[in-house]
Design a protein around this ligand. Sequence first.
Ligand code: AP5
Ligand code: MG
Length: 235
Amino acid sequence: MEILWPSMAFTTRPTVKMLMLPAINMSSIVLFGPPGAGKGTQALRIMESTGLPQVSTGDMLRAAVSAGTSTGIEAKKYMDAGQLVPDEVIIALIRDRIREPDAVNGVMFDGFPRTVPQAEALEGITKVTHVIAIEVPDERIVERICGRFTCGNCSAVYHEKFNPTKVEDRCDTCGSNDLRRRADDNENTVLSRLNAYHEQTSPLADWYQARGVFNKIDGDRAIDQITSDILIALD
Ligand code: AP5
Ligand code: MG
């Protein structure tokens, strides 16, 4: 069977065990975890293998903020404060996104759902077959977030120390020099985001565990090892 490996270069060779994985064919999956856990990093690496488009509510909200839409104006005050955007705003965004043609076989949610009401709404929208929970201790998060930069052209995610570009100021994936820092990537906002995660999002772990779809992945390791474990969990 043909193996669909991510086109992004792995810094280590895939192991034999990894190469025996078949292409994945499934309904929607959820990438779950605290801010800076590596949800966006892993989404881009497993997108080709799953055949599912990444749906990041954070990216959608940032696009709305840049475009100056009413949703963006409403969301910005919450994002700048490191708080969750109200459920009804997020659920409306997801209902619209899931109607797009590329979502017909399901999607890979990144950063959604983040509350029990969001998860309940999702049950009526698509079947979630796997929740991949990337676990990283709080003490690692601030360093990860404060060193992050992303490509404004293709959304590739980098870190000045843990995952730098090969050529300075050039995206490895698309060659763009439009490398950006996020407005909410500062120490104060990160602490609020972590607080929101522990209070409002982490209860979802039990909610999904009770439904038998929850998979824990140790996210405090090398990026390639995490990708490998996620692909195994999805197999
Ligand atoms: P969102 O954009 O979703 O941010 P987040 O959940 O806080 O997560 P991040 O994007 O910061 O982290 P990530 O897990 O994607 O990590 P990454 O791969 O970039 O949301 C932003 C805001 O929007 C929220 O605060 C909220 O206001 C609002 N919002 C969004 N969705 C919402 C929802 N559903 N409900 C309500 N409000 C919502 O990696 C981080 C860094 O670490 C990078 O530099 C990367 O290179 C590095 N890294 C990755 N993996 C590793 C590794 N294994 N080792 C070392 N470094 C690593
Ligand atoms: Mg992200």
